[in-house]
Design a protein around this ligand. Sequence first.
Ligand code: BGC
Length: 743
Amino acid sequence: MPVKNVQPLNSAQNCDKALLVSSLLSKMTLQEKIGQMSQFNNDAIKLATSIKNGCVGSVINEVDRDTINKLQRIATQESRLGIPLLIGRDVIHGFNTIFPIPLGQAASWSTEVVETCATIAAIEAANNGVNWTFAPMIDISRDPRWGRIAESLGEDPYLCSALGCAMVKGFQGEKLSDNTSIAACAKHFAGYGASESGRDYNTTNIPENELRNVYLPPFKALADAGVSTFMASFSDLNGVPVTGNSWLLSDILREEWQYTGMVVSDWESIPQLITHGFCIDRESAAFEACRAGIDMEMASNTYAVNLPSLIKNEQVNPDQLDMMVTRILNLKFDLGLFETSYTESTSTLERLNSFHLDAAKKAATKSCVLLKNNKKILPLSKTQITSLAVIGPLADDGYEQLGTWVFDAKPNQSITCLNAIKDYVGDSVEVKFSKGLTTSRSNNQAGFPEATQLAASADIAVLILGEEAILSGEAHCRSNINLPGCQEQLINAVHQTGTPIVLVIMAGRPITLEKILSKVDAVLFAWHPGTMGGPAITELLFGEECPSGKLPVTFPRTLGQIPLYYNQKNTGRPPSDATFVDISDIKVRAAQTSLGMTSTHLDTHFSPLFPFGFGLSYTKFEYKDIHINRRVITMGDRLKITAIICNIGHYDAEEVVQLYIRDLIGSVTRPVKELKGFQRIYIPAGQSQQVVFEIHTDELAFYNRQMKLKTEPGLFNAWIGSNSNTKLKTEFEIVLRQDELLT
Ligand code: BGC
């Protein structure tokens, strides 16, 4: 159990937060206040003197419990005012136990899965003394070239908000002061995912209406859900880097949303205001960041060095500074750090205990998306096959299956696909393994003969390909999103053998698969599945579990289609199959031929390869009888939309049922479909279930031309289905209330 420190301030432990914080504030020197606003990464032990002098508010990237305890002891017992430290760490998809990457978790479409993963991550991190994570990343991500799409919850504001809130709940627990809770951070506020060309840190230009309707909703949802902190984005938003963007950080976040939590900069993003060409020197960078509303500086010392003179010269208002320090102290109070900042290993908590591993397996199982299953080749049966060729650089690599941001993982505890498959089939199936390629990026085909020989002599070839971990994540962007290296050639070579191919892909982003899709019989997209990826994938391949993941992001056919997302606008000339002209159908010198005159490319179909929300199952679900309780609904009322889902296949299975709407006419144009609800339900084979969605008219609001959030009366379509391309449709109309009609 945590040990109480014996600090003079403990006398105040029962008084209320405002009293404690204001009394502390009244005793603080300017240096101590600025110290609270500074987070450092330096060698923690070297920080000891600065901590003692009250010059450090937070330490980042220290995870050794003893060292953290030592630093907390210095802060609480040797510094003048005894203020404990925030200990920050990127706990993104697990601490020791690694869960699927966030994009993979999003493919579970399960708030329960996401919350559980975060709860366990918090337990493990807190057990080491960490009390603050920089997650969830809720940047809407429509560009798969961007490496950080791996850390995102996908392309859709509704899904991202729901899952982001679940993650915050998991990290922050019932009470932030519980010794298993850590503070969460909504990042990167805002628009970072729209980096031009998917290049990290790049410029973002997002019109205000799109910003408010697409990029900001998850941040607003998390602010309302009580996320403790926000992180400002590195990026330049419409010409003003976010770190110095007072419109976003103050006008919207503080005034419009009334957010009272603390805002941290991103890593050295304050001095980077100079590099952006926004500030001339570090002093003006500190001034702009402080004026915009950055409460704490991460990693650099611009505040520490420059705020004293900025205060002295009256450029920064001392009251504003006090407000910023107050937010930091409030968080420390909420975390219970004034009572207990010391962490003792809980003897009952066995890190990586079986409960954590089970949860990791369950999360990975629900995250995998079955994209193709030709002639029902899956599930495999260990009684019907005698030999299996397992091929690929990712089949037996415990590190690469973990994905990005896994500082504290123990890769040797990962269970790989190869090991899990061998374990599962035992002696009944002969399993032969060949890497084929040394890494996912390799262009050396020397391993092909061995791989194809194995494939040729096996009943089934299971190819485990994709992207190694380093190819996604921060600053790991790609200009092509195909299978890297010569993996496509490896697929072609194995295809030549005639042995059926089951392709498992581990990757941090959508991959363009059109070219190789016809060469393989099944595709299971596993993202980077984490510690328990092997057993989860094995159980899916052999039908112990039924695939139920759904894409949280659109899969394009080719790179040139990007950006491609389901909730696009209709345009004045939407494409259709009737008008679509393929490049090969164009007559030579046919200047007068109409090419359809719609919003398409000539050299690829306008549809995605796999739409948002898509994912197959081993069973078959039939959707029918969509019904709406009232065709006409008054503003301020709720409507109820139902449908019957029948499991007409042979497997008991879970299905993610999705509700989409379209607001047909808007004062600003509305997307062709918008997700407004989802439910993960379990239906045994042969049974049916009615699914009910209730929506209030407020949930159909959007930011109008005046940037006001309003629901507009008029006609709507509603669909219930298994992906965003669903056709089962109904319609309704919203009418104004009598009193609204009169005004
Ligand atoms: C990233 C943040 C991260 C921080 C601390 C930055 O480079 O953009 O997302 O939380 O580093 O590691």
